[in-house]
Every structure is written in C-alpha cells, then in structure tokens.
Design a protein around this ligand. Structure first.
Ligand SMILES: O=P(O)(O)OC[C@H]1O[C@H](O[C@H]2O[C@H](CO)[C@@H](O)[C@H](O)[C@H]2O)[C@H](O)[C@@H](O)[C@@H]1O
Length: 391
C-alpha cells in the first residue's frame, strides 16, 4: 500500500448542482414489478424481531408448524417476514424505468455524480471499503464460483495503491482472500468479526476477532443446520467461521418457508446466535453488537481517524446487501463519507449514491484512480485555464 498519507489535492472540479442529478440515462429493464421491494423491505427487514429466542415476538416460537390459529399467528407472520425479507433483498424482477429513476433522484448514480463526489473529496483522505459478493463479483448460483474478474482485481489493486482499502464481507477471511488474491488490503471477514491487516506488512496478524469465544457454538450450529436441512433440495449451509449462511438461491420458492422454519427451529437450541437476512440467504451469527458498521469504525480508528477527527477523511463504502446497511448507517451518523448501494432495483437504504452492478463499481474505481493520479501530476497543480491555453 503506497501513498496513503497524501491528502487529496484540490480536484479543481466544479461541484455539480444537486438538482442536476442523476447521471447518465439508465438502461431499460426487461421486467417490472419490484416496486414493492422498498415497502417490502421496510416491512420485512425493519419490521421487528425475527422470532428468535430473546426477540420481542419469541413467544410465538413454540407454535411453528402448528395449524394456524389466532395464538400462533405471530410466529407464522414472523417466518413469512423472514422469507419476504430474503426475497426483497434479491428481487428477481426489476422496476419500471420511471420507478427506478424516481429512486435514483434520491440515490443518484455515483458515476453520474462523479464530479460532485470528487469535489466532496477535495483535501480529504479517502479510505475505501468494499463488500465482496454482488459488489466486486457478480451474484452466481454456486457460492464457491463467485470469482471476480482479472479487470476488477486490477482495479482494486490500483485503488489499494492509492488509498487504504478494506474488503468487508460475510465470507470467512480465507475464502475472500483466495477470491481477491491481493495482499495489500485490510480484510474484515465474517461480517467484520475477523479483521486482519495487509499481509505485506510485518505485523500481518489478526487485528480483531470479537467473537472468538463463539467458535465452538458456531461449529455445533453448523453441524445441526446441515443435518436439519439436508433433505431440502438445493439448500446449502456455508461455514464462514464466525458466522454461517443458509443458502436459499437453489431451493424451490415453495420450500422457502419450511426451510426458514427449520433454520429457526435449530436456532432455538442456540440462544447465543441470531439470524439476519441477505440475498437469498439467511445469516446466522453471534448475538453480539458487532456488524460491518462496527468493523468500519474499528478500521477507521485503527488507521488513525477517530470519530471526532473526521474533517479530513472521506470513507467510501460500496455494498449491495442488507448487512452493508450497518456500514451505510455509520457513515450517515458520522455525517462523513459516502455510502454507495449496488442495486438495479429500488431498495430502502441509508446509502447516498448508487451503482447498478459490479461492472459499474469497476468503472467507478478506475475513474477514481485516474482522477487521483491526474491531480497528483505536476501539470494538475497549474490552474485549469493555463492548461487549456497550452492545448
Ligand atoms: O458480505 P458479502 O461479501 O456480500 O457476503 C454475503 C454472502 O455472500 C455470499 O452469498 C451471496 O453470493 C453468492 C455467490 O454469488 C450467492 O450464491 C448467494 O445467493 C448470495 O447470498 C456468500 O456465499 C455468503 O456466505 C455471504 O454471507
């Protein structure tokens, strides 16, 4: 990692008027109908507890699987809420163009707003945070095949040469390191519960593992979940070391509710674990107050950027999933930094900007590095008018 102590010079770019957003015209979407995604998410993901032990609606748990009655209604609603949240996290149908355009007025394209972003970065130190699946690699059916392209790897490598850069992911560190294959990065695996620094540094040690004591219980839950879900065609449990993922992507949608109920049934034996939803996945993790947002705060502190010392730092976080919202929230709360949601569909989000897919993410990263290098070149120090005069 090089040049990290350099403050971003005056980019000399006029701030685009906010009203001029969004950027380039969007591609037409082949399908429609995800208009409900935002409201579904609001209802599903923000709608309350998941009916796990200790959650507000845990009282309904023992009724799972029983015939519907007034008494067991909360538990049933709860499971359907989980399923609805999984569905809303990864909508298969895209919205009508006008719905998407309305959403991008609230969350403009980070590419279309690049000049504005560059202006916001003026004189600040950029710190890059990026999620992996759905952000650096496209979503695929087999989680073991979620490779990033060589071009994306080159773009991330170039970014990491200019700015402190971290990959913040639900994957275990070993897996994401093997996918990314770059040593000059910080990695926060298992949703931030396993953080390590660049391996090119001598102290390549683990920086933080706040859920270490949960390893035995996670292992036990992994075996129980494998056992319990083995008869559901397409279901798959992935061990991400400090957390687990139960994949729904290859499961017939009719079996989603029974599968979610199986997962919840297993978790009744593990009150120290909690459940969250992602893109066609249920995530099981320790019930500690730790998430991607906390990992971002930890890394910023470790890099010397304290909460109250934020005027000269610009954290940029790019992610596509529900779990990335914790990081967007942190940036929003700090009143500092840029959250960029990767999505082709409107979603309830705390991110300020959007990008459609990993290809746009790559374009954004390349543009950031090009702009940064241009501004650090000696000629960039001269006023623009003088440069134009010479051309
Ligand atoms: O935080 P992330 O890096 O986004 O990791 C979240 C989960 O990503 C992976 O699952 C997702 O991507 C898979 C491959 O494209 C896809 O098949 C799956 O449906 C998605 O949910 C990963 O496999 C999970 O373990 C992560 O928790």
């Amino acid at each position: 990692m090089t040049n990290h102590d350099v403050v971003l010079p005056d980019m000399g770019i006029a701030v685009a008027a906010a009203a001029a957003l969004p950027g380039p015209r969007r591609a037409l979407f082949a399908c429609r109908g995800a208009a409900g995604a935002v409201s579904s998410l609001r209802r599903a993901a923000y709608g309350g507890g998941l009916g796990l032990p200790g959650a507000a609606d845990a009282g309904g748990e023992s009724f799972l699987g029983a015939p519907a009655t007034a008494a067991n209604a909360p538990a049933r609603t709860c499971t359907s809420r989980v399923v609805e949240a999984i569905r809303a996290s990864s909508p298969t149908r895209c919205p009508a163009v006008d719905e998407y355009e309305a959403w991008t007025r609230e969350h403009p394209s980070a590419l279309g707003s690049f000049d504005q972003i560059a202006a916001a970065a003026k004189g600040k130190r950029i710190v890059m945070f990026m999620d992996y699946d759905g952000t650096l690699s496209p979503i695929v059916t087999d989680p073991d095949m979620a490779f990033m392209t060589a071009e994306m790897r080159a773009a991330v490598r170039d970014v990491a040469k200019q700015f402190p850069t971290a990959i913040v992911t639900g994957r275990c560190i070993e897996k994401v390191c093997s996918f990314v294959g770059l040593s000059d990065l910080y990695y926060a695996g298992s949703h931030g519960m396993d953080i390590k620094g660049p391996s090119s540094k001598e102290d390549t040690t683990v920086l933080l593992q706040p859920a270490r004591e949960f390893l035995p219980v996670i292992d036990k839950a992994f075996r129980a979940l494998e056992e319990r879900t083995r008869n559901t065609p397409g279901a798959r449990v992935e061990n991400n070391k400090f957390c687990l993922s139960v994949h729904f992507r290859c499961v017939d949608e009719k079996s989603w509710s029974p599968l979610a109920e199986q997962v919840k049934a297993v978790l009744r034996d593990f009150p120290e674990l909690k459940l969250t939803e992602g893109r066609k996945v249920l995530e099981i993790r320790p019930s500690i107050m730790w998430d991607k947002g906390k990992a971002v705060e930890f890394l910023l502190r470790s890099l010397g950027f304290d909460d109250d010392d934020g005027s000269d730092v610009l954290p940029v976080y790019i992610g596509d999933d529900r779990t990335d919202e914790d990081a967007f929230k942190v940036l929003k709360k700090r009143g500092q930094g840029l959250g960029i949601l990767v999505s082709k569909c409107p979603k309830e989000t705390d991110a300020s900007y959007s990008l459609q897919d990993p290809t746009e993410v790559m374009e954004f990263l390349i543009r950031l590095v090009v702009e940064w290098k241009r501004l650090r070149s000696p000629s960039a120090a001269r006023p623009r008018a003088a440069q134009q005069h010479q051309q």
